[in-house]
Design a binder for this molecule. Structure first.
Ligand code: DX5
Ligand code: ZN
Length: 221
């Protein structure tokens, strides 16, 4: 397990975005997680590729872009040009998932496939060897600040089994409702990457929270 922390900028203070980017640059965070929403796949609208381009200009860590949009194929080139290093698409949003995966790779990005809480992971069995990340949604996508869905623990086990069975090198990323307590449990049980928004940005000392999350210290003081 890698213990990668990917703070979600959805919970950053956008009025002070540059300050928050600098804070993450200086912190133990490993990646920048950017949540793109289209008001169709999920009900909210969040950021677009221009936001990604701005963050890329100041961020000194990989850009982990999570597309919560229908027909993501339309935007692969645009996100590549705006600095995405990893591009996650949703299983539920792709009619020709195999084609989408290979298109992302052709643009030189790492590729992740996200699954909603109701989507069983066995559905990834025919593509698991072709992807870099499985993104397990531990909340219903669309907003920050939701409660972690405990069924994710079972899905984590199933994902590990599938990766082993298919001899895949995919890493497991968990996104939504992450706090210090479940973070420590998830890392100890095989998650490689954790995405967290509210827990990090609502704290007066976000760097300290990132440090604790990464080193599995769930002491809240
Ligand atoms: C949910 C997003 C998450 C979200 C996480 O749709 O994919 O990345 O920002 O936020 P918290 O940590 O607040 O659940
Ligand atoms: Zn996300």
């Amino acid at each position: 397990m890698k213990k990668i922390i990917a703070p979600s900028l959805l919970s950053a203070n956008l009025a002070f975005l540059h300050r928050d980017i600098e804070m993450l640059n200086e912190s133990d965070a490993d990646w920048f997680h950017i949540d793109i929403m289209d008001s169709s796949f999920v009900s909210n609208i969040s950021f677009g590729s221009l936001f990604t381009k701005y963050v890329k200009k100041y961020a000194n860590k990989p850009m982990d872009v999570h597309l919560m949009i229908l027909q993501p194929d339309r935007y692969i080139e645009q996100f590549k040009n705006c600095g995405a290093d990893h591009l996650h698409v949703h299983y539920e949003a792709c009619i020709h998932l195999n084609k989408t995966i290979f298109s992302i790779k052709e643009y030189g990005m790492k590729v992740g496939v996200a699954v909603n809480p109701h989507t069983p992971v066995f559905l990834l069995q025919d593509i698991i060897k072709d992807i870099d990340f499985v993104l397990l949604m531990s909340v219903n996508p669309g907003s920050s600040g939701q409660k972690f869905i405990r069924q994710t623990y079972q899905k984590l086990e199933e994902t590990k089994d599938l990766i082993l069975k298919k001899d895949s090198s995919a890493l497991i990323e968990v996104d939504g409702g992450i706090n210090l307590e479940n973070a420590s449990f998830l890392f100890k049980n095989g998650a490689d990457i954790l995405v967290a928004g509210t827990t990090i940005f609502s704290n007066s000392n976000p760097k300290k929270i990132i440090h604790k999350m990464k080193f599995c210290n769930n002491d809240l003081s």
